[in-house]
Design a protein around this ligand. Structure first.
Ligand code: AGP
Length: 366
């Protein structure tokens, strides 16, 4: 059954390993090779309505918020609609302006998170429309939204999310592609993304079997009290999710920072005792990321990297390279080693991986 660890030591390990299958299910029946687009039946938006969207606001908590941050990036990049993610837990406290031409999207694995539900109710009370990106079929949030996208990632038992972060990112890629193809994204661009989406399950399968290879990185993190996780642009969403994962299961302090912001303050904390884990994709921001790494090295900070094959990294303590996708989808693959890393650090420290202290799988109270 879905609640059996099988050959795995923990549900977290099992759910990391299940990601190729989870992503296959998220993609199933949704790739339209005839029109080089994606088709999400449950969003119930006519082409005309998609054209009229002026802004997208994504709401979720924790990992759902971080996946939404990547989702906003995908929608803005592919559909050219201004998009932004915000923690659902904060939303209702600032008396938010609700706009008719904004599409609100609520993200939740469990579909039961109180803060996310309260944010949706705030939007709806003011006449806004909300679409759900949800794993649990028939959950409270799914019913409150009434339309949206189911992840079909299967049950997630570990308190920390792994496969649902990945499936949420894939669902946003599908939504961004569908919105994009109604707007300015060409058929050739659509075909390029469809090919990359189809390749994801096998690429993920090739990463999840490499748990032993995060050893050099986890050894360095396990003996540190504090670590920085840095990334630029969509890489920052990956850094945020990776830092949260490490905090939740290992109880080590990890802080995510946009790579460009390091020099505006936190550089003062860089020392041989404070490792920095950098997200370094082989894309048009590579030179910028390499110069940030050099700045950290100058302050004698140990640097760990999650990167692509073929990237030359000087003075880096340890690195893990993932297969290349298209630039828009690279963050999905770059995040997987961070799950393995958090798992391995926590395991080495003897933590209660599937039930971290003070945490519950879904926070159904305010
Ligand atoms: C993820 O690892 C966390 N345990 C937590 O941040 C979680 O993502 C958050 O509470 C939202 O849960 P939901 O997706 O079920 O709404």
């Amino acid at each position: 059954s879905g609640f059996d660890k099988g050959d795995h030591s923990h549900f977290m390990q099992k759910e990391i390993a299940e990601q190729p299958e989870a992503v296959r299910r998220t993609l199933l029946g949704r790739l339209d090779h005839r029109f080089n687009t994606a088709h999400l039946g449950g969003i119930e938006l006519a082409a005309r309505e998609m054209l009229d969207i002026r802004r997208v606001k994504i709401l979720g908590c924790g990992s759902a918020y971080y996946a939404g941050t990547l989702g906003a990036h995908l929608i803005e990049t592919l559909a050219r609609i201004p998009a932004h993610a915000e923690p659902a837990s904060e939303f209702r406290y600032r008396n938010p302006v609700i706009e008719q031409d904004t599409l609100y999207i609520a993200v939740s694995q469990s579909g039961e998170t109180f803060d996310t539900l309260a944010a949706i109710q705030e939007v709806k009370r003011k006449g806004g429309r909300v679409l759900g990106v949800i794993n649990a079929v028939g959950s409270t949030i799914a019913r409150e939204c009434g339309r949206g996208v189911y992840l079909h990632a299967g049950p997630e038992v570990a308190v920390v999310s792994t496969k649902t972060w990945t499936s949420t990112a894939v669902a946003f890629a599908l939504l961004a592609l569908q919105l994009g193809r109604v707007r300015d994204l060409s058929a050739a661009q659509g075909a390029r993304l469809l090919a990359a989406l189809s390749a994801l399950p096998d690429q993920i399968a090739s990463i999840v079997t490499r748990e032993a290879e995060v050893g050099a990185l986890s050894a360095i993190l396990a003996k540190a009290d504090h670590a920085y996780f840095i990334g630029r642009s969509a890489g920052y969403a990956v850094a945020m999710e990776g830092a949260l994962k490490l905090k939740e299961v290992s109880y080590l302090h990890a802080e995510a920072y946009p790579a460009s912001e390091l020099k505006h303050g936190p550089l003062a904390l860089i020392s041989p005792e404070t490792p920095t884990l950098a997200i370094v994709p082989d894309d048009d921001l590579l030179a910028k990321n390499l110069s940030t790494i050099a700045e950290v090295r100058t302050r004698h900070g140990p640097v760990l990297a999650v990167t692509h094959e073929g990237v030359r990294l000087d003075g880096v303590e340890a690195a893990f390279a993932v297969p290349k996708s298209e630039p828009e989808l690279d963050p999905i693959l770059l995040n997987i080693p961070l799950q393995l890393l958090a798992y391995q650090v926590a395991r080495g420290l003897g933590r209660d991986i599937d039930q971290p202290r003070n945490l519950a799988k879904s926070v159904t109270v305010e």
